[in-house]
Design a protein around this ligand. Structure first.
Ligand SMILES: C[S@@+](CC[C@H](N)C(=O)[O-])C[C@H]1O[C@@H](n2cnc3c(N)ncnc32)[C@H](O)[C@@H]1O
Length: 81
């Protein structure tokens, strides 16, 4: 149900990483980041629904400039944190 945040408000954002902990495991994240870094080469990446930055942050740490679109202000706040 949409709230003042539009969708996926703070309560959902606060639990998302925790409730999806298996998706944040290095064994899941690292192969995806390896694949995307290889795909991007010297280019950039745009993630639609960037969430809390599960993939975008480690991809950026690999030197790929990443931009994202995200509906949830609460999730973007967590990404920035
Ligand atoms: C399943 S989560 C995945 C988040 C992130 N990509 C990841 O892999 O951890 C999907 C994300 O897409 C966002 N989203 C859904 N519909 C959207 C839309 N129309 N525009 C922007 N973001 C959207 C949600 O708020 C949510 O954060």
């Amino acid at each position: 149900m949409p709230d003042e945040d539009g969708y996926f408000g703070e309560q959902v954002a606060a639990r998302y990483d925790e409730s999806s902990a298996d998706m944040f495991e290095p064994a899941v994240v690292e192969p995806a980041v390896d694949f995307l870094a290889e795909l991007a080469r010297d280019g950039r990446a745009l993630e639609l629904g960037i969430g809390t930055g599960r993939i975008a942050l480690p991809l950026a740490a690999r030197g790929v400039p990443v931009q994202g679109i995200e509906l949830s202000k609460a999730r973007v706040a967590r990404l920035r944190a």
